[in-house]
Design a protein around this ligand. Structure first.
Ligand code: AMP
Ligand code: GLY
Length: 424
């Protein structure tokens, strides 16, 4: 098959890495990709948000399957457009991707189909949101309804902070139209985990779970980021939790979305808060997590393309998944300044020496290659140093050995990825 992966992050490098292992993959393309993906796939210079460009390319180029990595093209309807053109697309329709595209829609679905989640209100007027906040009290969580690249959430510890978030999002429009509507919700306590299922419209199979590290600094301090590192398996997601999440969250959502006329196909990523072995759903994402995908693909021990095709064709009931018993851990290296402003164009050296450590794979995110063949930083999150090991401790030690061989003074990483697992 000729397969096109859409996206340019570490998640898409990980997907290309897993797809390349499949005997079903004859030719692999990636739009727009990065310097690491270029070693596995032919890069196509079309942006992930350029829906017309991608559909035209896939049609003319005879692509058999398009794997859509990020949420934005899904919310913009890339999967619908490809299917209308007769091309298989792995990922939900725009109507189903609303689970991530509108937090208010997602919360209404959870309420209607009785999925355990935080109590909430939806608001289109700042004064109404503020009245709800005053009546509920702090801590309280204020979120933009629409996509804000992971930044539209304020976990407020005081009333003043929550009220200021309403002004920032709704009145000052810090996140543009994403803040036209807000969701305000109850603060949940517990331990977070990232839970993934693959879905074909009616059947869902659980994949491995992972834990992300969202804050930029060691000890989970500083601002939120897209994710600074992850590991899998996540000890907190026991087989009992998997059963509860499938029964109470994933299956009611899959049945509910079908009943709403928005059947869900693709990866359903449940952000969980687990307290006393009781999982609650924080949010859905309609794609793999980044960097969670990197550790999942390091552990996947079956054919990803076969699973994706089965999801496209409604055949998941006949499929199963397999995972290596190993642990996997990824350390994200980012440009200094991230998640705030940062510079691009610095050279990264020592990559071959780092990749030579047994069990280590370098998964690129924001990188490009210059004419001289040097790898340059080209984004905020730049590299995912991924390692497997018989334990999380071994995977962590290998990943940091590899990090220490990388010479990139303009970059940084957290030094404590995996701390929760190692403390257990
Ligand atoms: P989200 O983008 O909705 O996953 O929110 C980003 C982060 O904010 C989550 O990973 C949590 O750490 C935190 N968060 C979101 N909603 C809540 C909540 N209701 N209670 C506590 N923390 C939350
Ligand atoms: N790492 C969290 C996310 O991809 O949303």
């Amino acid at each position: 098959m000729k397969i096109l992966v859409v996206g340019s992050g570490g998640r898409e490098h990980a997907l290309c890495w897993a797809i390349r292992r499949s005997p079903l993959c004859r030719e692999l393309l990636c739009a727009p990709g990065n310097a690491g993906i270029a070693l596995l796939a032919e890069l196509v210079p079309i942006a992930a948000e350029d829906i017309d460009g991608l559909v035209a390319y896939a049609t003319v180029g005879g692509v058999d399957l398009v794997v859509i990595g990020p949420e934005v093209p899904l919310v913009l309807g890339l999967a619908d457009r490809l299917q209308a053109a007769g091309i298989k697309a792995f990922g939900p329709s725009a109507a189903a991707a609303a689970l991530e595209g509108s937090k208010g829609f997602m919360k209404d679905i959870l309420a209607k189909y009785r999925v355990p989640t935080a109590a909430y209100g939806r608001f289109t007027e700042p004064e109404a949101a503020k009245a709800f906040i005053r009546a509920t009290g702090a801590p309280i969580v204020v979120k933009t309804d629409g996509l804000a690249a992971g930044k539209g959430v304020v976990v407020a510890t005081s009333l003043d902070e929550a009220l200021a978030a309403v002004d920032l999002m709704m009145t000052e429009k810090a996140f543009g139209a994403a803040g036209n509507e807000l969701v305000v919700e109850e603060f949940l306590r517990g331990e977070e985990a990232s839970f993934f299922a693959i879905v074909d419209g009616t059947t869902a199979l659980p994949l491995a779970a992972a834990q992300d590290h969202k804050r930029v600094g060691d000890g989970d301090t500083g601002p939120n980021t897209g994710g600074m590192g992850a590991y899998s398996p996540a000890a907190v997601v026991t087989p009992e939790i998997v059963a509860k999440v499938m029964e109470r969250c994933i299956m009611p959502t899959v049945r509910g979305m079908a009943a709403e006329g928005r059947p869900y196909q693709g990866i359903l990523f449940a952000g969980l808060m687990i307290d006393n072995d009781e999982p609650k759903l924080l949010e859905y994402n309609v794609r793999f997590g980044d960097p969670e995908c990197q550790v999942l693909m390091a552990r996947l021990d079956c054919d990803l393309v076969e699973l994706m095709l089965a999801a496209c064709e409604g055949r998941l009931a006949d499929c199963s998944t397999a995972w290596k018993p190993d642990a996997a851990l990824v350390v994200v290296m980012a440009a200094r300044g991230y998640p705030g402003p940062y510079e691009k164009g610095s050279a990264i050296e020592g990559l071959d020496a780092a990749a030579a450590i047994p069990g280590v794979t370098l998964l690129h995110a924001g990188t490009i290659q210059d004419a001289a063949g040097r790898v340059l930083a080209n984004g905020g999150r730049v590299l995912g140093v991924t390692a497997i090991g018989s334990t999380v401790a071994e995977a962590q030690s290998r990943a940091y050995q590899a990090v220490d061989r990388i010479r990139w003074p303009q970059g940084f990483c957290r030094r404590d990825i995996g701390w929760r697992a190692l403390g257990k």
